[in-house]
Structure formats: C-alpha cells, structure tokens
Design a protein around this ligand. Structure first.
Ligand code: OOG
Ligand code: NI
Length: 267
C-alpha cells in the first residue's frame, strides 16, 4: 500500500462522519487553494492488541518512522509522531494511546470488556487504521461513565480506530497565509472553533500555531437502544515556522496538543 492509498482510504472513512471537513476543503478550493495535509492523528488503548507498539509496524510498512515522543499526564496519554522517510510532502502522523491502568477501576473494567473482544492477532495490515470500533457498541451508561474521567476513552469507545482529524497545512495556502485569516474565514462561515486556552494554540516563537473546529456531531444508537448526539471527528489547521537553522519546525508541542484533544469533548 502506498501512502497515497493509505490517506485516500482514511479520508473516505473520516469524511463520512466529518462532513464539515469535506465542506471546508471545498471552501478553500473554491478560493483557488490547493489543500495539503500537515498531519493526521489516531487514538488507541495501551496494553491491548491495538496498542501503539502493535500498530507502529504498520506505519513502518508504508515507509514511516517515529521521530518524537510525548506525555500528557493529566489526560493519561502518551504519543509518538511519525514522518515518511523519503516523501517530505506526505502528511505526518500523530499516534497516541490511553494509559488505561491510570484510570479508576470502574473505567478499567469497562475498557477491559472492549479490549477482550479484540483478537490478539488483529493488527495485520495498514488497513487496521480505518477499522473503526473492534468491539460491541457500548452502553450509554458506560460511555457517560468513561466521559467523566476520560473524554478520550469515551470517544474511542464509540469511534474506534480511524483518523480523528486531518490537518490543513496553512503553509501551502496562498490567500489565507496566517492562522488568523484561516480562523476568520471559518468563523464567517459559521464553524465552531475549539476555544480551549484561546482559539490559536502556540505562537510563531514556539514555531507551531494550530487551531481546530469542534468535532462534528453524529446520532449514535447505544446498546440499551437509546440515542444521543455525540462528537465524531474534527478538522485542524496548522502553520509551521522556520527554526534558527531555517528549516521548518516539524514536530508537535505538548501544550498545544493537550488542548487539541479537547475538540472531541462531550462535556
Ligand atoms: C490528537 C491531538 C494532538 C496535535 O496536532 O497536536 C494533535 C488527538 O486529538 O487525538 O493532533
Ligand atoms: Ni493535530
């Protein structure tokens, strides 16, 4: 599988639950822009058949290599970022995992029920990254119990493995060269932006500025038969700045990422 095929499949699955991404991409295109992706991100459970460690070889299989590692203590997460070894225009990948053992016991029990349903040899090809939820539909009670302690866990219980966001590279836009012009366009079009810690995460001095929409909402039918509108996936916008040596900063920033995660919050 080529990276191009990998991202095309991811985009198909992602835009089915994130129609705003398709619309916003078309909005940029209608202004003459070519939209390139800076990165995509995935979420998973540690100590499971789909842990970061088990998924990583499938990224390596399409030519990717890890080059950074991150910790989010209050969210009980760790993450790594990956870039393509030869194709500099191929989107970067951000892969995080929930440290399940750090959650309260009742949350661990709920997540344990999901993990127990995943075959131990589940990860065989890069297509695992759009396989969605690999367990039975959760109950609304379990979903809400998880959301109280980990929004990430609640989101993952319903959405599973899929790109939780694509990210427009502002560096490749012409008419919207700054994060402020991008955000203004989105606000003018009526999109809700993630406001946690301010709309713009990061600064030119930190070499990375980011903003994101709040996730689209989908109607979800829980195991009890109840229906609720829940967050699906979101769209991000990133502008990278040159470092002292003139090259663009190409990693991620924990202080920014911590707030981007909140784009799928229920509460
Ligand atoms: C990932 C959040 C981090 C970034 O660009 O810093 C991130 C997530 O929401 O799963 O994508
Ligand atoms: Ni991101």
């Amino acid at each position: 599988m080529t990276p191009t095929e990998f991202f095309a499949s991811l985009w198909d699955v992602y835009t089915k639950v994130t129609p705003q991404a398709q619309r916003i991409q078309q909005l940029f295109q209608s202004h003459g822009e070519t939209v390139l992706n800076d990165h995509v991100a995935f979420r998973t459970f540690n100590n499971s058949p789909i842990s970061l460690e088990k998924l990583e070889p499938q990224l390596e299989a399409i030519g990717y290599k890890a080059y950074g590692a991150f910790r989010f203590d209050s969210k009980h997460l760790k993450a790594r970022c990956y870039k393509h070894q030869t194709d500099v225009d191929s989107p970067k990948i951000f892969l995080s995992e929930l440290l399940v053992e750090e959650l309260p016991q009742h949350c661990q029990d709920i997540i344990g029920k999901f993990i127990a349903q995943i075959p131990t040899n589940m990860v065989q090809t890069p297509a695992i990254f759009w396989s969605g939820k690999l367990w039975d539909t959760p109950t609304e009670a379990d979903y809400l119990a998880l959301a109280e302690h980990s929004e990430y866990a609640a989101w993952l219980s319903t959405m599973g493995l899929q790109a939780n966001h694509f990210t427009v590279s502002i560096n490749h836009l012409n008419k919207y060269p700054t994060i402020e012009t991008v955000n203004q366009l989105l606000l003018d079009e009526g999109y809700a932006l993630n406001q946690v810690g301010g709309v713009v995460k990061g600064s030119p001095e930190s070499r990375l500025e980011q903003s994101s929409t709040m996730a689209d909402k989908i109607d979800y039918h829980f195991a009890e038969g109840t229906k609720r509108t829940i967050p699906s996936c979101f769209y991000e916008f990133a502008r990278r700045h040159p470092q002292r040596d003139g090259t663009l900063f190409d990693s991620f920033i924990e202080g920014n990422a911590d707030k981007i995660f909140d784009s799928t919050n229920v509460n």
